[in-house]
Ligand binder design. Structure first.
Ligand SMILES: Cc1cc2nc3c(=O)[nH]c(=O)nc-3n(C[C@H](O)[C@H](O)[C@H](O)COP(=O)(O)O)c2cc1C
Length: 182
């Protein structure tokens, strides 16, 4: 039995999530390694998927996740499609986009109503007395783009008759899949 078909399904699901805002893979959990090596999780939005499965998210460059990535860029991502009972776990390395032209292009993709998410006057995570106190910068933003380059993808689908679990590792020759005991 070949593992390729499951890989194609995984890739297609990720690509679908870019086009379909209601797709369950649209929102996923990203883990970074925090200060003191503690795991840190948060929900983020999948913005782009490249042919080589490089994944892109948007964030505020002052956020903790960015601080973490600068110290240690290993990340783990978790996608879950409850309709298909399909889970993807992605191990990879995260990189901050440095090309100002690409950042500007990304900024243009951000809906006007969401631009404020990257423009708070105070850093994200700062303590405040009241949500009414949140102020926004004008004509200044802290928008950043993070790319995640996967090295391993674990596919797990629960089915009544037989669960399917496959580990894909990125080798110089391409993605190699191995079935695992679920
Ligand atoms: C539905 C949902 C979607 C979110 N999408 C993003 C996102 O795309 N990028 C982002 O930086 N934070 C996003 N957040 C906020 C993060 O979960 C997190 O609270 C924030 O980024 C601060 O994380 P940090 O302090 O670990 O960096 C989202 C939160 C929710 C509830």
């Amino acid at each position: 039995m070949k593992t390729n078909a499951y890989f194609r399904t995984a890739k297609q699901e990720l690509l679908d999530a870019i086009k379909d805002v209601k797709h369950p893979f649209r929102y996923f959990t990203m883990a970074t390694i925090g200060i003191n090596h503690s795991p840190r999780l948060r929900t983020v939005v999948l913005r782009e998927v490249q042919d080589d499965l490089a994944l892109t998210i948007y964030t505020d460059k002052r956020s903790k996740k960015v601080t973490h990535l600068k110290e240690n860029n290993n990340v783990c991502l978790l996608f879950f499609n409850h309709n298909e009972m399909l889970q993807l776990k992605v191990d990879g390395k995260a990189f901050l986009e440095a090309d100002e032209k690409i950042i500007q292009h990304g900024w243009k993709q951000v809906k006007v109503s969401s631009k404020k998410d990257y423009s708070t006057s105070r850093d994200p995570g700062t303590k405040i007395k009241d949500p009414e106190m949140i102020e926004y910068l004008e004509n200044v933003n802290h928008f950043a783009i993070i790319h995640i380059i996967p090295s391993k993808i674990e596919y797990l689908q629960l089915k009544k008759d037989k669960h399917i679990r496959v580990l894909y590792a990125k080798e110089p020759t391409g993605w190699e899949g191995t079935f695992l005991v679920p």
